[in-house]
Design a protein around this ligand. Structure first.
Ligand SMILES: [Fe+2]
Length: 387
């Protein structure tokens, strides 16, 4: 599989067509992404407001592996491999509050909220003493790097800042700069939409979000944002698009999106939309396998926003409808890409889909972190790729 991808990169195809279809449909390529993109990057995994109390836990899947988030007794959210150190059972099965201790249901090994092993009852025999040489402190849960930025929780499986990985402050820097005019400390979550598992590859959902080309066609019933008012945004691993509408004159219309907006992402999977005057939306896209992605959206308003329950429901319905329009398209992309006609990918607009191309280059750079000359050549040629 990796050879197939390398051979593809030796051609001009990435320049003209974007990524080939198999990187969206192949579980073998998904596995390569698990060991590269989703291991070495800061991956968005959850929402801090869902872990509001000390002892709240939430299982999450990253790179196909089990982890869990916990709010510990220092009121910090941390993350661990979701595996008991005794027989490697998946420890946390569902979200909830575990009190002060995490107990394995199999043989009752008990950990505190810092992940330290506190008891391994009868492990050494009838008298409850640990076996000679067995120290509880050597068998605590294994932590992974975890950072919370406002309501958003990220983990990085490979905790090193070397090997091309970014320190967390550098990771969020390009997005932080673009959100400077919003006081993120003043936002509150008002609604969550759980879309469950969608029948499409995670990259299709990300690429769809960062290109404005489809908006006037796919969302003609839910938005009033002319294509000419849009532009793309490319800054390192912060990709997206924006739409500036002169007067936001329809800002009180909750049935269509008709206000100035920014649609921003941090590679690989953090998605945030800002909608004037004071609404935000964040989606969590977690790959399940090559053809399936789990998605949730949380809607935020300024904490002083006087929106009624009815108005919040209208906003929720609008976003439900917008997402469903995107899902239908992304699921059909997945269906089309199993055809041999799709083998080389399609075509990317040199204007509206440059953000998509950059996203795809980041996929390539993550899979080949040491750099690949053919990919660099592709970048240089992209301005005249129809010649
Ligand atoms: Fe869309």
């Amino acid at each position: 599989m990796i050879d197939q991808f390398e051979n593809f990169l030796k051609t001009d195809n990435l320049v003209k067509h974007g990524l080939p279809a198999f990187v969206y449909t192949s579980d073998a390529f998904r596995e390569i992404e698990n060991h590269t993109v989703f291991t070495n990057s800061w991956v968005f995994v959850g929402f801090a407001h869902e872990l509001g109390e000390i002892g709240d836990v939430q299982p999450v899947t990253v790179a196909g592996k089990p982890f869990f988030l916990v709010r510990n007794d220092n009121n910090e959210i941390t993350a661990f491999h979701n595996v008991c150190r005794h027989r490697c059972l998946k420890l946390i099965e569902s979200s909830g509050n575990c009190g002060q201790l995490i107990q394995c249901p199999y043989h009752s090994w008990i950990y505190d909220l810092q992940g330290a092993l506190k008891a391994a009852p009868y492990f050494g025999g009838r008298d409850r003493k640990p076996p000679p040489g067995f120290l509880l402190e050597d068998h605590g849960l294994v932590a992974v790097s975890c950072e919370t930025w406002h309501d958003w929780i990220f983990i990085r499986i490979n905790g090193e800042d070397t090997d091309g990985g970014l320190a967390f402050d550098k990771f969020i820097a390009p997005l932080k700069k673009r959100l400077e005019n919003i006081d993120l400390a003043q936002i509150k979550p008002v609604a969550t939409i759980d879309f469950g598992v969608l029948q499409t590859n995670w990259k299709a959902l990300m690429e769809n979000f960062i290109e404005p080309y489809h908006v006037q066609f796919v969302h003609k019933t839910t938005t009033s944002q002319p294509l000419v008012d849009h532009y793309t945004i490319l800054e390192d691993h912060c990709l997206g698009s924006g739409c500036d509408i002169a007067e936001d004159k329809n800002k009180d219309d909750l049935k269509t999106l008709a206000v100035s907006s920014r649609f921003l992402t941090l590679f690989p999977n953090f998605v945030i939309g800002t909608y004037a005057p004071d609404q935000l939306g964040v989606h969590l896209n977690i790959p399940v396998n090559a053809g399936e992605t789990r998605q949730r959206r949380v809607i935020y308003l300024h904490k002083d926003n006087p929106a009624s329950e009815k108005e919040i429901q209208q906003t929720r319905q609008l976003w439900y409808d917008v997402h469903k329009q995107d899902h239908a398209i992304c699921e059909r992309l997945q269906l089309g890409r199993v055809s041999e006609i799709a083998a080389d990918g399609g075509y990317l607009s040199p204007h509206w889909e440059d953000s998509v191309r950059r996203f795809q280059e980041l996929v390539v750079e993550s899979v080949f972190p040491q750099g690949d000359a053919s990919c660099a050549d592709a970048k240089m040629r992209k301005n005249n790729f129809y010649d």
